[in-house]
Ligand binder design. Structure first.
Ligand SMILES: [Fe+2]
Length: 353
């Protein structure tokens, strides 16, 4: 089925199957209003294709600033959210649009479904490229987590479901928490937008996080989460957890593959650094690591299990270079996202619903 039949100005690719992402591209540069009209005229089709493909990339529509991006996101999902309980530092660009991550450019962000560890993860996620990164860097790869689940050994999935996950995140206090630590998460008052501990505790209860205040003024959050979630509309199951993102092996596991994909000296050096720092982290007690994911009983997940998941995720990785003005709409119950390292300017905005 062609999404853009009778539309000579717009072409689509990846459209014949469930290819990732479906791309809707202007044949010649067109303004954001043309995209808004296109979506408004095909709202059911866009909804349907987003369910099937898991992500749609809109390209060539001059979505060059945060307000324009917000309009496009609202054309697909009118009610946006702005409460963020994840680990990335973010800056607000509008009330509902944020920079995707202020984590250092060399830091790899593994594939994850946004806020999968919360009680109600977003259903849709949007990214927009405001400043294009240098070629061959800084992409936001996607992976179909429905296919990842299907490709994993069912015995392994069963083991994950039987054992369950326990997530620990240590946020530093309002004073920043002291010495430099590469793994250190942002401050808890940055995440909850308040220094009122009672308000933080109430929010934690609503999300199923156990809050533990540390002697240094930090906040430790302990939570469990499902392994698989079913799609709220289609009922399709998808791998839907943060194990490869929160596990201590994440930086080394990602950099080994990033170096294989892009064998540069810089990536080699960062791989060695990730190995050393990962080993140092894993010598600390589990609850004192910046973030960690264990079995629900607190015992360590065997490296082979985490590695098998990472392998399945990377096998399904789709890397599309950013172009300024691109907007990607993602079904957060079907498709994951991450970030490849970059250098130099890059600005990707995010919104969610
Ligand atoms: Fe994310």
């Amino acid at each position: 089925m062609s999404v853009a039949s009778n539309e000579p100005l717009i072409r689509t690719w990846n459209a014949q199957t469930d290819g990732l992402p479906l791309v809707v591209e202007a044949r010649a540069a067109r303004g954001v209003d043309a995209l808004l009209e296109w979506i408004a005229a095909r709202h059911d089709l866009v909804k349907d294709r987003l369910l099937a493909h898991g992500a749609i990339l809109f390209r060539g529509f001059e979505v060059f600033d945060a307000p324009a991006f917000e309009r496009v996101a609202r054309a697909v999902a009118p009610v946006l959210q702005n409460e963020y309980l994840g680990t990335s530092p973010r800056n607000a660009l509008t009330d509902y649009v944020f920079t995707a991550s202020e984590l250092p450019p060399f830091y790899p962000i593994p594939q994850h479904c946004e806020m999968s560890f919360t009680a109600h993860p977003p259903e849709k996620l949007f990214f927009c490229c405001l400043v294009e990164p240098a070629a061959g860097s800084g992409e936001t790869p996607l992976a179909d987590f429905r296919k990842v689940l299907r490709s994993l050994d069912p015995e392994r999935v069963k083991r994950f479901e039987e054992k369950g996950l326990r997530i620990v995140r240590n946020y530093s206090g309002p004073d920043g928490g002291g010495r430099f630590d590469l793994w250190k998460l942002k401050r808890w008052d940055e995440m909850f937008l308040t220094t009122d501990r009672a308000a933080v505790e109430a929010k934690c209860r609503a999300e199923g996080f156990e809050p533990i205040w540390t002697a240094s003024g930090g906040l430790r959050l302990v939570s469990t989460q499902p392994i698989v979630r079913r799609h709220p509309v289609t009922g399709e199951p998808a791998w839907h957890n943060h194990v490869t993102t929160f596990h201590t092996s994440q930086a080394e596991g990602e950099y080994r593959r990033i170096h294989a994909l892009r064998p540069t000296l810089r990536h080699f050096a960062l791989l060695q650094l990730a190995r050393v720092l990962g080993r140092l982290q894993s010598r600390k007690p589990v609850d004192e690591r910046a973030m960690e994911c264990t079995w629900a009983d607190g015992t360590e997940i065997p490296a082979a299990d985490v590695e098998a998941v990472r392998e399945a995720v990377w096998k399904h990785l789709v890397v599309v270079p950013w172009r300024r003005g691109d907007v990607v709409a993602i079904d957060n119950f079907a498709v994951s996202h991450g970030r490849l390292p970059y250098r130099g300017p890059r600005n990707i905005a995010v919104a969610w619903a």
